[in-house]
Design a protein around this ligand. Structure first.
Ligand SMILES: CC(C)(COP(=O)(O)OP(=O)(O)OC[C@H]1O[C@@H](n2cnc3c(N)ncnc32)[C@H](O)[C@@H]1OP(=O)(O)O)[C@@H](O)C(=O)NCCC(=O)NCCS
Length: 185
């Protein structure tokens, strides 16, 4: 398990399926980002959940369920998985729309990046999204990820961002030393 100030990261259970679909993946703003067709059925959500569980079993890392500490509700997903059939590791996230614009995606994703670089010892993490997904691109930029190119993924054009371990560590070091400077003010 991972933790951040407002979130607990745990594995998904089959029992999460109804809530994951009804409160998160069936929302058009989330489905548009997760599916090339722009919508997700309950069956497709079931398949996504199974693929996530398989990924954890095969590779020892994957996508976490996000639980909001204050009310113990499932509020989204965030984690790492292989990008299609490449050897690149992709950061993915989605938040229940009721909780948007509160910094939760940034909080979850920065915790996952730290896990990826420090614990999994990855050298690079990438992220892709549709060019129009302003919210997701904002999160990537806030995390220090750099836009590199447009690529075709799952038969659609996406923007491709990346972050190197050494860049993440030096940025984290700078922001932490900045915070500690302020704590002496
Ligand atoms: C992308 C998503 C996860 C962002 O979640 P969130 O918790 O609202 O994001 P944050 O609150 O951490 O916001 C991060 C930054 O993005 C900005 N932002 C968030 N949503 C925005 C929007 N719709 N338009 C413009 N900026 C936006 C925030 O203002 C913030 O920047 P700031 O701190 O400078 O103000 C959420 O919109 C979502 O679940 N979308 C559907 C799934 C998705 O797109 N996943 C990623 C692609 S696969």
């Amino acid at each position: 398990m991972l933790k951040s100030p407002r979130l607990i990261f745990r594995h998904f259970f089959p029992a999460d399926l109804n809530q994951l679909y009804q409160e998160i993946y069936s929302h058009p703003g989330v489905a548009r980002a997760l599916s090339p067709t722009g919508s997700l059925t309950f069956e497709q959500t079931t398949q996504i959940l199974h693929r996530r569980l398989d990924h954890w079993q095969k590779h020892g890392f994957g996508v976490w369920a996000l639980v909001y500490k204050q009310n113990q509700q499932l509020v989204g997903h965030c984690g790492l998985h292989y990008l299609g059939d490449t050897s690149e590791v992709e950061l993915t996230y989605a938040i229940n729309p009721f909780y948007w614009r509160q910094g939760l995606a940034t909080e979850a994703a920065s915790t996952v990046l730290r896990w990826g670089f420090d614990t999994l010892k990855l050298q690079q993490i990438v992220a892709v999204t549709s060019p129009e997904n302003v919210a997701s691109r904002c999160v990537m930029q806030k995390l220090g990820m750099k836009y590199e190119k447009n690529i075709e993924y799952a038969a659609t054009e996406v923007v491709y961002y990346s972050l190197q371990s050494k860049t993440f560590k030096s940025e984290t070091f700078k922001s932490e030393s900045h915070l500690s400077e302020h704590s002496f003010d």
